[in-house]
Design a protein around this ligand. Structure first.
Ligand code: AKB
Length: 314
C-alpha cells in the first residue's frame, strides 16, 4: 500500500496536519519529515525522517523507500523571515516545489498538496472580498515565490498531468503550535500573553484588517481538497479560502470578554507594510462550489477554544 509524506511536518501546519492524517489513515502510512526533529508527541506517533527539502536525491530515495504516493510540501520561509533573507527564501520556496513537481512528473508520486497564501495578492488587488481571479502584484519575497509557485503548479498540471492541489491560506491560528516568521503571527501571540496576564505589544496598527482562519478549519480544508475527486479540482493554481477577518482591536475585544483586565498596546514595525499590501477579506466561493468547503470557526468560537486550551496549559 502507498504512503503519504509530509515535508515540513514539525512546522505550524505540518504538526497538526500529521496528527490528523495519522488519526484518519493510521500512523504507519503517514511519514513525517523535517529538516530537524520536532515535538515529542509527533516523533513518537509514527515514522519520522530528517530531510532537507532542497536535497533532491534524498527526497527521491525516501519516496522510493516508503512507496510514497502523496506528498504534502509544507516547508517554506514565511513573509517576515523571507524579507530578511530573500535569496534563501526564493531558493527554499521554489526549489522544494520543483523537486516534488519533477518527481510527480516522472510518475513516482500520484498527488501533491502545496500551500499558497493570501500573500500572492498585492497593493493593487481589490482589498475587500478579493476575488479568485484578480490583479496580483505581490510586493513581498514570500508573495512573489507563492505566486510563481502557483503558475508552476498550473503549468505542471496542464502540461504533464501532475495532480497538484493548493489553497491560499489566510493567517492561521492554533493553540498547540506556534507560527514562525509570519505577519499574521500576532493573532497567536496575543492569546499566549493574555492567558499569562501580560500586556500584548502588537506589531501591527489597531485597525489592520486581515483574513484569518482557525487551524482546525485549515487542516480540515487541506485534507478535504486532497480527498476530493480530481475532476472537482477545477483550479490548479490555488484556491482562495476564507473563514473570518478581524483587526488587532477586534481580537483584543473578544479576549477582554473573557479576561477583562487584558491590555494591548501598539508599536507597528516593518510587518505593517507587509500587512498593508494584503487583502482584508477573501471571496472563496470557488472552493465552496467545487469541493464543498465550509468553515466552522468564527472569531468568537476561535477565542473560546483558544482560551480554554491555553488556560489549561499555564
Ligand atoms: C504569513 O503571515 O506570512 C503567513 C501567510 C499569511 O501566509 N501566515
Amino acid at each position: 500500500m502507498g504512503t503519504t509524506l509530509i515535508i515540513g511536518a514539525c512546522g505550524q501546519i505540518g504538526t497538526e496536519l500529521t496528527k490528523q492524517l495519522r488519526n484518519i489513515y493510521g500512523s504507519d502510512t503517514i511519514i513525517a519529515s523535517d529538516v530537524r526533529k520536532g515535538n515529542d508527541e509527533l516523533m513518537a506517533s509514527g515514522p519520522f525522517e530528517e530531510i532537507n527539502a532542497l536535497d533532491f536525491d534524498r527526497l527521491e530515495s525516501l519516496i522510493e523507500q516508503y512507496n510514497v504516493e502523496e506528498v504534502y510540501l509544507m516547508a517554506a520561509l514565511l513573509s517576515a523571515t523571507a524579507e530578511k533573507n530573500p535569496a534563501f527564501a526564493w531558493e527554499l520556496n521554489m526549489n522544494s516545489l520543483f523537486h516534488v513537481l519533477n518527481i510527480a512528473k516522472a510518475g513516482k508520486i500520484k498527488k501533491i498538496f502545496w500551500p499558497s497564501s493570501i500573500a500572492v495578492f498585492g497593493p493593487t488587488t481589490p482589498k475587500e472580498n478579493t476575488p479568485q481571479y484578480t490583479i496580483m502584484e505581490p510586493t513581498t519575497v514570500y508573495g512573489i515565490s507563492k505566486q510563481a509557485g502557483e503558475r508552476w503548479c498550473e503549468y505542471y498540471h496542464k502540461t504533464y498531468g501532475v495532480d497538484v492541489r493548493s489553497i491560499r491560506y489566510p493567517g492561521l491560528i492554533s493553540w498547540s503550535t506556534q507560527p514562525g516568521g509570519g505577519t499574521t503571527d500576532y493573532a497567536v501571540d496575543i492569546y499566549h500573553k493574555a492567558v499569562k496576564g501580560e500586556t500584548y505589544n502588537c506589531f501591527l496598527k489597531e485597525d489592520t484588517r486581515l483574513p484569518m482562519m482557525y487551524m482546525d478549519d485549515a487542516v480540515r480544508a487541506t485534507i478535504e481538497i486532497m480527498q476530493a475527486p480530481a475532476e472537482n479540482i477545477k483550479i490548479r493554481s490555488s484556491y482562495n479560502l476564507s473563514a473570518m477577518d478581524f483587526t488587532p482591536k477586534e481580537i483584543a475585544a473578544t479576549i477582554k470578554e473573557h479576561i477583562n483586565n487584558f491590555t494591548i498596546t501598539y508599536e507597528p514595525d516593518f510587518r505593517q507594510k507587509i500587512a498593508d499590501s494584503w487583502p482584508q477579506s477573501i471571496d472563496d466561493n470557488r472552493a465552496r462550489q467545487d469541493w464543498n468547503w465550509k468553515h466552522e470557526f468564527n472569531l468568537k468560537g476561535m477565542t473560546n477554544d483558544m482560551l480554554e486550551h491555553l488556560s489549561d496549559m499555564v
